[in-house]
Design a protein around this ligand. Structure first.
Ligand SMILES: CC(C)(COP(=O)(O)OP(=O)(O)OC[C@H]1O[C@@H](n2cnc3c(N)ncnc32)[C@H](O)[C@@H]1OP(=O)(O)O)[C@@H](O)C(=O)NCCC(=O)NCCS
Length: 322
């Protein structure tokens, strides 16, 4: 009998503080219209000083658990994707486990930058299929605002904070149909954030902030996401018309529109959160999925294609029947 990983709950958390393009125009030399036209972003959320990846993840996780109607103790694996963990260790997943009061499970973090939640879904799927785990919590949680250089207008306009969660459970009914994940370490120079300890040891003047060659990242992202969409459909014998919803990583509307066009999908079939959330890195796909599920657009039985691209470069897709 085939075992599938079925979605039984979703959740999301966004900090209360809103930073608009207008706010940014008072911090760096930019304008609301420049940012909106180039990216599709109007505002983003910023964590307050007490909020962390684990505190935001906890709220998103509790929502997913409540939607699923399960006891948190039933969770046997917690995977947290984050590039902005509370601590180097313990892992954010262990901190979330403690916050949720779960004693009997295992938790670990993964680092795949903005592709983190899709990588997390892929890992969860493998563990459920092999029978190692029955109920898996996958979270993407990011405090990007703490690694953004707020004086760099080419990057500070893009990122925001938040957490998204999905709860998966073993089932004999179709759930995650396939995942495809990739990485290519040859692009470190285009998008990276130094580790503070290593930077201090090796290059005293290198601040631990996001460094990006945006224009070059843009081009690789458009091409790569086009390829992952083709790969996913072909490997699973699907046509463009079989996909009900595209849930993309929210980096730039122009990148998302290019992927939707490749799929022959209208923007009405794309879940977009970018305008009010910016790029929340590993949280963005799960935040968008949660929004689509909770506002009733994504319905049971529909086919959803998630895709993401991030530093590394890393990229991937998750195809699922909701
Ligand atoms: C960052 C991004 C919006 C920049 O847009 P772009 O059209 O590529 O712009 P460029 O970097 O070519 O810069 C064009 C000009 O705008 C200027 N500029 C950059 N940021 C600006 C800002 N916030 N406001 C006004 N002008 C800005 C540049 O200095 C440059 O000026 P110049 O022509 O005088 O040198 C775009 O490249 C992008 O979204 N890339 C993908 C980034 C991404 O998604 N990263 C995460 C991947 S997970």
């Amino acid at each position: 009998m085939t075992i599938w990983a079925n979605v039984i709950g979703t959740g999301g958390y966004l900090p209360a503080t809103i930073r608009t393009n207008q706010d940014l125009s008072e911090m760096v030399d930019t304008t609301d219209s420049w940012i909106y036209e180039r990216t599709g972003i109007k505002s983003r959320r910023i964590a307050d000083e007490h909020e962390t990846a684990s505190s935001m993840a906890e709220v998103a996780a509790r929502q997913a658990i409540e939607m699923a109607g399960i006891d948190a103790e039933q969770i046997d694996l917690i995977i947290v994707a984050t590039g902005t963990p509370d601590r180097v260790y313990p892992s954010t997943a262990c901190l979330v486990q403690e916050r949720l009061g779960i004693k009997h499970c295992v938790g670990f973090d993964i680092q795949a930058a903005c592709s983190g939640s899709v990588f997390g879904l892929s890992i969860a799927d493998q563990y459920i299929k092999t029978g190692f785990a029955k109920t898996v919590l996958v979270i993407g949680s990011e405090v990007c605002s703490r690694i953004v250089d707020w004086s760099d207008r080419s990057t500070c306009i893009l990122f925001g904070d938040g957490a998204g969660a999905v709860l998966l459970s073993a089932s004999d009914q179709p759930g995650i149909l396939a995942t495809h994940i990739h990485s290519d370490g040859g692009y470190e120079d285009l998008l990276y954030c130094p580790n503070p300890q290593a930077a201090a040891a090796h290059k005293q003047d290198e601040a631990s902030v996001i460094n990006m060659r945006g224009n070059e990242v843009f081009k690789v992202a458009v091409n790569t996401l086009g390829r992952i969409v083709d790969e996913t459909l072909e490997a699973n014998g699907l046509q463009h018309s079989d996909i009900d919803w595209l849930v993309p990583h929210q980096a730039n509307t122009r990148i998302i529109a290019a992927t939707a066009k490749k799929l022959g999908m209208s923007m009405e079939q794309v879940i977009l959160t970018l305008e009010t959330q910016g790029n929340t890195s590993s949280a963005s796909v799960l935040l968008a999925f949660n929004q689509g599920v909770r506002d009733g657009r994504i319905k049971r039985g529909q086919t959803v294609l998630m895709e993401a691209f991030g530093a590394g470069f890393t990229w991937g897709s998750a195809l699922l029947k909701f």
